[in-house]
Design a protein around this ligand. Structure first.
Ligand code: G
Ligand code: G
Ligand code: MN
Ligand code: NA
Length: 255
């Protein structure tokens, strides 16, 4: 209840800030993008992680305004990089299920993007796997609309729920984000589990999708994923989510 009273004021005060978690390309060891992850920089409580407020905001609908605010911060950052003559890397944002109820939500994103004059291909929209089960037809149409506007799309948390490989027939995303469950067991690199990772990565390639493995924490996982042909890793092994200024130093060096 207390959170609900303060959220609107906090948004206007700029207390919701983005952190960026780098995506590392395994072939080149280069940072080829990042995911924007929101934190609530509360003057009293400090930096509050999204798991402490996103579920509530999904229930009360506030997540729609929060996602738009995060998207605007990402557009502003990409604009600033272009203005500084830097070679921008693509950034991704998470899209809550709550947007899908609004038939014109892509236009709301477009209005912001145009205002910042950011090329849509520099932005990737992450759609969580659970949307597939809720309303696959709506999801497929949303992806078509986002593609028509020039955005990249990724299917987030793939493998965390009850994914059917068959959903990939109709869900035409550019990138598949493999959930950490695929390789967080101690014996992930052996037996049936290892075969499943191999086959999912191979299937992604056949379907023209790039793959990002999430939650990669060990060198052993990274080496296995590289051998399996996974394109990118995102996880604590290379970097936690970091403030934009730290990400800029990492990617562009000291100004
Ligand atoms: O940053 P962390 O890994 O703790 O994120 C926890 C969860 O919060 C993840 O599921 C992530 O997708 C979600 N999340 C983080 N930032 C955003 C955001 O800007 N919008 C939405 N809808 N979810 C987010
Ligand atoms: O959007 P998504 O649900 O994928 O959010 C990613 C979540 O995973 C964030 O909460 C992020 O902080 C977390 N995360 C990122 N890297 C790692 C990691 O290497 N290990 C673990 N356990 N969590 C991670
Ligand atoms: Mn995500
Ligand atoms: Na994820």
């Amino acid at each position: 209840k207390e959170l609900e009273n303060r959220m609107r004021v906090a948004l206007d005060a700029g207390e919701f800030v983005i952190y960026l978690q780098p995506k590392l390309e395994l072939r080149t060891n280069a940072v080829v993008g990042a995911e924007a992850l929101v934190r609530w920089a509360d003057p009293v409580r400090g930096l509050v992680p999204p798991n402490d407020f996103i579920p509530l905001f999904e229930r009360n609908g506030f997540v729609v305004d929060l996602d738009l605010n995060v998207f605007e911060q990402v557009c502003a950052l990409l604009r600033a990089w272009a203005d500084a003559g830097l070679q921008p890397v693509p950034l991704s944002v998470n899209l809550s299920r709550a947007h899908l109820a609004d038939p014109s939500f892509v236009e709301r994103y477009e209005e912001i993007r145009r205002r910042y004059e950011v090329p849509a291909p520099l932005i990737e929209i992450e759609l969580t796997e659970t949307l597939v089960f809720e309303d696959p037809e709506r999801l497929a149409r949303v992806i078509d609309e986002l593609h028509a506007a020039g955005y990249r799309c990724s299917l987030d948390d793939f493998g965390s729920g009850y994914s059917s490989l068959n959903v990939l027939k109709d869900i035409d995303v550019d990138t598949l984000k493999l959930d950490g469950v695929f390789f967080d067991a101690p014996d992930f690199s052996q037996g049936r589990g290892a075969d499943i990772i191999d086959i999912v990565i191979e299937l992604s390639r056949r379907l023209g999708m790039r793959t990002v493995a999430e939650g990669v924490e060990t060198e052993e996982q990274a080496a296995f994923l590289k051998r399996a042909g996974c394109d990118m890793i995102q996880g604590y092994l290379f970097s936690r989510p970091i403030p934009p200024a730290a990400f800029e130093r990492l990617v562009f060096g000291q100004g």
